[in-house]
Design a binder for this molecule. Structure first.
Ligand SMILES: [Zn+2]
Length: 84
């Protein structure tokens, strides 16, 4: 594996747990998603990488789409008022 940041082929893998939150105040009520990836860390530059498993990836993408739709619905009235 090659480091995406510095190009080094030296890395170490570590088991990890990551709690991914949805960004912004509009998503404050969305449950975060836990993933337990193996993180590879480059000892040359410190960049870490991991792959989100398929099931958790779907949760993240589906909840994000729902949150984006909800945000647009909530702000639609504000946009109409600002345009008037
Ligand atoms: Zn690197």
């Amino acid at each position: 594996m090659k480091c995406a940041a510095c190009g080094s082929y030296s890395y170490r893998a570590f088991p990890a747990e990551v709690l991914i939150h949805f960004p912004g105040l509009v998503n404050i009520d969305k449950s975060p998603v836990f993933v337990f990836p193996k993180i590879t860390i480059c000892p040359e530059c410190g960049v870490g990488q991991f792959r989100v498993p398929e099931a958790e990836l779907r949760l993240l993408m589906n909840r994000d789409v729902a949150a984006a739709a909800e945000y647009q619905k909530k702000t639609a009235g504000e946009r109409v008022a600002a345009a008037a």
